[in-house]
Ligand binder design. Structure first.
Ligand SMILES: [Zn+2]
Length: 204
């Protein structure tokens, strides 16, 4: 943190293993929030290596809550935004100003904004399109439709065969996929609902 030097995560992993070889054997369950669960483990003998350059404290090279995004990064993003035809927000409530300011800037420049997010966003009044669905499924569905349309189009282009693409077929295919997703989403959700909340979080 004091010398501003950066080291690759792989290198850091080696330093950690060198100092704590017995910890490398442990297997931790991955929690939904990205944590690794190592409960009932005494952490007092874990050695955190110092910065190899200055001997000081190290932190991950990410912007933490409460920190500011570096000025040049914001400027580059703003520049990109003003060259864009539209803005797509994926999986963010934009409650933090560092993200919301881009939606504000897009709205001021007359750039249309679409958002895929469960729940309300701070930019709801600025949106041209809002899809209240889980991001992975929605983006997956869009990619599926694009691939589905691209394959017959390229066959047509190279093989000189006319393949009509009907909008109805796209809707039916998308509907069936949604139905499958819903059924297989509701089943585990029901099971999870009957569990103790703490157990449910740990359940894969
Ligand atoms: Zn340092």
């Amino acid at each position: 943190m004091s010398c501003e030097q950066r080291i690759p995560r792989e290198e850091w992993q080696q330093l950690l293993i060198e100092r704590n070889p017995e910890w490398a054997q442990l297997d931790a369950r991955e929690a939904p929030d990205g944590d690794a669960d190592l409960e009932s483990r005494d952490f007092s003998d874990f050695e955190v290596p110092p910065c190899p350059y200055c001997g000081g404290l190290l932190k991950p090279d990410v912007v933490f809550f409460g920190e500011s995004v570096p000025r040049d990064r914001v400027d580059r993003a703003m520049q990109g935004l003003h060259q864009a035809d539209a803005m797509l927000v994926v999986g963010s409530s934009l409650m933090v100003y560092s993200g919301f300011r881009f939606a504000q800037a897009a709205a001021e420049a007359g750039i249309p904004i679409a958002a895929i997010n469960l729940g309300s966003t701070r930019a709801d009044s600025l949106l041209s399109l809002k899809v209240s669905q889980p991001c992975a499924e929605t983006l997956g569905g869009l990619v599926g439709i694009l691939v589905g349309v691209a394959i017959p189009l390229s066959v047509q282009l190279f093989a000189d065969i006319r393949i009509p693409i009907s909008a109805l077929a796209i809707v039916v295919a998308f509907g069936v996929s949604c139905l499958v997703g819903l059924v297989f989403g509701i089943l585990p959700a029901n099971r999870a609902a009957s569990l103790n909340p703490t157990d449910a979080l740990r359940y894969e």
